[in-house]
Design a protein around this ligand. Sequence first.
Ligand code: NAG
Ligand code: NAG
Ligand code: NAG
Ligand code: NAG
Length: 248
Amino acid sequence: MRSILFIASCLAASSTAAPAFKNLYNFSNDMSEFLGRVSQAIHGDINALTCDPSSITLPSFASGLPAPTGQKPLYVALGRGTQNYTCTSSTSSSTPVAAGAVARLYNATCLAAALPAAIELLPALAYKLTLPSNEYDPLPPSNFNLIGHHFFEGKVPVFNLDTTPSRQLGIAKVKKEADLAAPSSAVRGSDDEAAVAWLYLSRTNGTIGKYSSVYRVDTAGGSPPETCEGMESSFTVEYAANYYIYGV
Ligand SMILES: *[C@@H]1O[C@H](CO)[C@@H](O)[C@H](O)[C@H]1NC(C)=O
Ligand SMILES: *[C@@H]1O[C@H](CO)[C@@H](O)[C@H](O)[C@H]1NC(C)=O
Ligand SMILES: *[C@@H]1O[C@H](CO)[C@@H](O)[C@H](O)[C@H]1NC(C)=O
Ligand SMILES: *[C@@H]1O[C@H](CO)[C@@H](O)[C@H](O)[C@H]1NC(C)=O
């Protein structure tokens, strides 16, 4: 986060800096757009930024999901990993079936609080990144720290925020309450599959901590091909998303 802010604060001095910067560092269009939004939002003054989670709001498109009425935003995590699927045959007569997901969760709380216009672009960037080989390393290029792991226990989605013995933030176990097809602008998969849906997930049995719900939003990739033709009996599809974690 700080390195992103540093870069962006250099950009912020001049509205024409972004294209020049892009050429200099050969950033992708996505990265240029991201840094441009960061620089616009901060106007050069890093110290004016807040990391206060209470100022976090969901992206406006999430109004198509139930609202987090009476709940408090606690963390925003960038998720980067795979959606898993199974196929009963490798022919076009069977359809991939969802079989959980595995993702690392990175702490993007501060970015969500300070720069909502930038956070929504983060999964599109992260989708193209390879995760660091050491799972406890921060995610480059902006050094977001690992805040937890997302996986499934049977059919139950789990967000385990206990990363090290000294950082025990609890475990949210959830169930799906509602879904919403990703907007048409979302990053599509390598075979042009739509991005996975946005979700509203609510707390269920086994949760440790004050967690009440999790929203999956700003999705990139993650959907399987339409049929199982040519697919293995189990396979994974890369994805990224922002997870907004609420509590009471
Ligand atoms: C910039 O990126 C493109 C695409 O990745 C690559 O083909 C090109 O060689 C790069 N240019 C420089 C100057 O690094
Ligand atoms: C999903 O796939 C990953 C990578 O192959 C694997 O580590 C993980 O256990 C799988 N999870 C589920 C729920 O199948
Ligand atoms: C998340 O990052 C922010 C900003 O760097 C920091 O203030 C906060 O303590 C971090 N939260 C966790 C749970 O790591
Ligand atoms: C949660 O636990 C309660 C009490 O043990 C049980 O009645 C309920 O069926 C459980 N709910 C789920 C979704 O497992």
